[in-house]
Design a protein around this ligand. Structure first.
Ligand code: PLP
Length: 403
């Protein structure tokens, strides 16, 4: 090792890195499955999974091997040339999720931006909206990323403050209210962008029937239903896509995070020939999007989800987790909510915020992240065992009983 202590790493980061995050002061050096180790050798159970990017578990051996093999063959061509991995990922991903076409990008935010561009161009070319008039409706409490355009549909003052002017053409409606969506639609509305479960918003599960109602409203008004499944997708809620809980097929889906098992930034937009067909050469692109290393890794990451039956595992263990959580009678907890291995513990206003509970959890060997100030989010890797969940909930119970 290089002789640096945990405090040395923290000091270096604070000195030289922009302070655009406020991480828990744990410096992770190694990981395997649902476990991580810090630079001092302390072991923790990871209950965040890099915001659900590590659904397959850290360093899944099959994904690691694929990455090594592919890196030794070919890493990057740019899309100026073709490569022998992109066509296979496109076919496998489209067949698995049930769409005609995909468009690969890198980060989740880029996938959302791509979906917004597709919806606008579809609006002009196919729906016949007058040039420059396209509107996209999004939800209160959403999180879709932090580029200027994606922030333009955010409600968060903190994310927006200091970054205007924003991109016009967005409207917000209350999350979970399909009637409000219908009332907000005009002849210029081209798309409705939403998360089937709001992750950053505090693991907010919409009322039953919402996704079906949204599908109906979008179909009735010829508006693209754009599901951002970057956090809720790929097994996290107990289904491959969270929209499947209501048997609904969106027109456009964005995926990212676990699309690579956390090994590499890979994202994608999935849709029909009609929608993604609006892109012509030069309309959109990315040097790294669709690179062979990303595609090989994503192909294996998807196979792991299917072959290890991670959706079913998330469903069953999620039900178990929720039953154990609901048995904790803590004075600090207002409610427990979630779907699959995606749970939010909503604290009472008097509880003093979620951060102190996450710090206490960390002292007991569990890494969890506060979100929205008063929610403890639990999203462990889907490969976690029931015994490991029990171990975690025992510690959580301890913490939730603190003064
Ligand atoms: N969309 C959703 C629903 C997300 O949860 C996130 C990240 O948390 C993003 C988009 C942005 O993804 P990325 O951070 O990879 O750009």
């Amino acid at each position: 090792m290089n002789g640096l202590s945990e405090l040395d790493y923290i000091a270096l980061e604070d000195q030289y890195n922009a302070h655009n995050y406020k991480p828990l002061d744990v410096v992770i050096a190694e990981a395997e499955g649902p476990w991580v180790w810090d630079v001092e050798g302390r072991k923790y159970l990871d209950c965040l999974s890099a915001y659900s990017a590590v659904n397959q578990g850290h360093r899944h051996p099959r994904i690691v091997q694929t990455m090594i093999d592919q890196a030794q063959r070919l890493a990057l061509t740019s899309r100026a040339f073709r490569n022998d991995q992109l066509p296979l990922l496109a076919k496998e991903l489209c067949e698995l999720v049930g769409y005609e076409k995909m468009l690969p990008m890198n980060s989740g935010t880029e996938a959302v931006e791509t979906a917004l561009k597709a919806a606008r161009k579809w609006g002009y070319q196919v729906k016949g909206v007058a040039d420059g008039r396209a509107e996209i409706i999004a939800c209160t409490g959403n999180f879709h990323g932090r580029t200027i355009t994606v922030l333009s549909c955010s409600q968060s003052e903190q994310y927006r403050d200091g970054f205007g002017p924003f991109t016009p053409g967005f409207k917000l409606v209350p999350y979970g209210d399909a009637g409000a969506l219908e009332r907000a639609i005009t002849a210029n509305t081209v798309g409705f962008l939403f998360e089937p479960v709001q992750g950053e918003g505090g693991v907010v599960v919409p009322p039953r029937g919402y996704l079906r109602d949204v599908r109906e409203v979008c179909t009735d008004h010829n508006v693209l239903m754009i599901a951002d499944e970057i956090q809720s997708g790929l097994g996290r809620t107990g289904k491959l896509l969270a929209c499947e809980h209501e048997g609904v097929k969106p027109d456009v889906v964005t995926l990212g995070k676990a699309l690579s098992g956390g090994m590499y930034p890979v994202s994608a937009v999935l849709s029909s020939r009609e929608v993604l067909g609006v892109f012509e050469p030069g309309d959109h692109g990315s040097t790294f999007g669709g690179n062979p290393l990303a595609c090989a890794v994503a192909r294996e990451a998807l196979k792991v989800i299917v072959e290890e039956d991670l959706c079913q595992r998330s469903k069953e263990l999620g039900e178990y987790l929720m039953s154990r959580l609901r048995a904790i009678e803590s004075p600090h907890v207002r409610l427990y909510r979630g779907k699959g291995l995606f749970a939010g513990i909503v604290l009472n206003p008097e509880a003093g915020g979620a951060r102190r509970f996450c710090e206490a959890l960390r002292e007991r060997g569990v890494l969890a992240k506060d979100t929205h100030g008063n929610v403890i989010r639990l999203a462990p890797p889907l490969v976690i065992t029931r015994e490991e969940l029990d171990w975690m909930v025992d510690r959580l119970e301890d913490v939730l009983m603190m003064a």
